[in-house]
Design a protein around this ligand. Structure first.
Ligand code: RNT
Ligand code: ZN
Length: 416
């Protein structure tokens, strides 16, 4: 009897079919963000990341160009079990033959290489307009700027990104989630909070006036409580973004990033709340330590709870899961692989949890028994199911760092 056979028997006593859990887990796409590979810099400008988000660290081996980034992503993808999507930011346009197009003039053809890459891997592509790291960010503002020319530039960028998202969806046959996030805000107490928000609202309206098929392109609005340098006020606050999405549910989705709330708020609790009202929602899964620090996702309580809620709510086909973190202080391939695997582990654990039995106990108000069962479940042999999951997916279950270290030695360390 293998360890998996034994685990399967143990889970069966709790009414859990681990074979079915493994089969289900393999089908849940998690979007891998290209920006972990180069510290959120991209290819369309000189210089570093600016605009309310920040990477820290200078571990050697950052991808410096499209060839390196795609090669590193190839490597990372080969070490991940389960279904994937790739998540691309507009600043990662790949220009050929010395050509250049500014953000407001981007065209689908500038992302042809990404489509080829996605097709090679048989995955879909999610997309993000890039409203940061650019000289047209005026006084820290884009879509909410009081300056019309600035707003118009960024609206044109958003519309260009809708067209590119449609191209991704057409080419891959998989819907493209297009996330609108801006770092617009003020460092210190604003004298007008509604003005910027009204302008932000009208600018998003203008972007979404670009024609698209909502079955194929899923624009999202991502909220945020504060950012570095915009501590006092963000235009795209939680209430603003959620209200926008609710009022425009026929053309966009709310996106929650679990680094973007007050420290004792949890996105896991917000998922079922939103699912009562929205057909679909989107997530950025990250790990904040003390602030929105975007540490690599690990198998911690909140990551597990996010996965539990998606599974418990029967919402695997209603929640778009994407990763969003960036640690420049460690091997970036390892950061990608570890974060992706952590999300997959959380989903597998959730799928191996006797949710119906627990719910029944809650509904009978058998709360003591519910607590005991919840605690018992924590000690079930999830590790053996993970091993089996990785085996059927054709990747190593553990010890994968050796392979990453070899890649670091052979490839990354030569990028001096
Ligand atoms: C920033 C937001 C946003 C970005 C990416 C790069 O706080 O989380 O989603 O991380 O667009
Ligand atoms: Zn995010």
């Amino acid at each position: 009897m293998t360890r998996y056979d034994s685990a399967k028997e143990i889970f069966a006593r709790y009414g859990v079919d681990t074979d079915a859990a493994i089969a289900a887990c393999r089908k849940i796409p998690v979007a891998l963000h290209c920006w972990q590979g180069d510290d959120v810099i991209g290819f369309d400008h000189e210089g570093g990341l600016t605009g309310g988000i920040q990477t820290t660290g200078n571990y050697p081996g950052r991808a410096r160009n499209p060839e390196e980034l795609l090669a590193d992503m190839d490597k990372a993808l080969s070490m991940m079990p389960g279904a994937k999507k790739i998540n691309v930011h507009a600043c990662y346009a790949i220009f050929e033959d010395g050509e250049f197009a500014d953000r407001d003039a981007l065209e689908p053809r500038h992302f042809k290489k990404w489509v080829e890459f996605a097709k090679k891997h048989g995955v879909g592509i999610d997309f993000n307009p890039t409203f940061f790291s650019h000289p047209r960010v005026k006084d820290g503002l884009t879509l909410s700027s009081p300056d019309k020319a600035t707003r118009d530039f960024w609206i044109a960028h958003g519309k260009a990104c809708i067209r590119i998202s449609s191209y991704f969806a057409e080419e891959t046959g998989i819907p493209c989630v297009m996330n609108i996030w801006t770092g617009d805000g003020y460092k210190d107490i604003p004298a007008d909070r509604m003005g910027p928000r009204m302008r932000y609202k009208e600018s998003i309206d203008a972007i979404l006036s670009e024609p698209y098929d909502f079955a194929k392109v899923k624009p999202c609005v991502e909220s945020k409580v504060f950012g570095i340098g915009v501590e006092a006020f963000t235009a795209g606050s939680a209430e603003f973004s959620l209200s926008y999405a609710a009022k425009n549910a026929d053309k966009c989705l709310p996106l929650m990033d679990n680094g973007h709330y007050h420290p004792t708020e949890v996105v896991s609790d917000k998922i079922p709340a939103l699912l009562c009202f929205f057909d679909e929602i989107a997530l950025h899964v990250t790990r904040g330590i003390r602030w929105d620090s975007d540490h690599v996702v690990i198998l911690d309580d909140e990551t597990k709870e996010i996965a539990q809620e998606i599974v418990r709510c029967g919402a695997l086909d209603r929640v778009y899961i994407a990763l969003d973190y960036f640690d420049a202080s460690i091997n970036r391939i390892s950061a990608w692989v570890t974060g992706f695997r952590s999300m997959q582990k959380a989903l597998l654990v959730a799928l191996c949890t006797p949710a119906d039995a627990l719910r029944a106990l809650q509904d009978e108000n058998a709360m003591s028994r519910k607590m005991v069962l919840m605690e018992d479940v924590k000690m079930l042999p999830f590790g053996d199911v993970w091993e089996e999951y990785c085996r059927v997916c054709g990747v190593a279950a553990s010890g994968y760092y050796d392979e990453i270290e070899a890649y670091e030695k052979d490839v990354l360390s030569k990028r001096a």
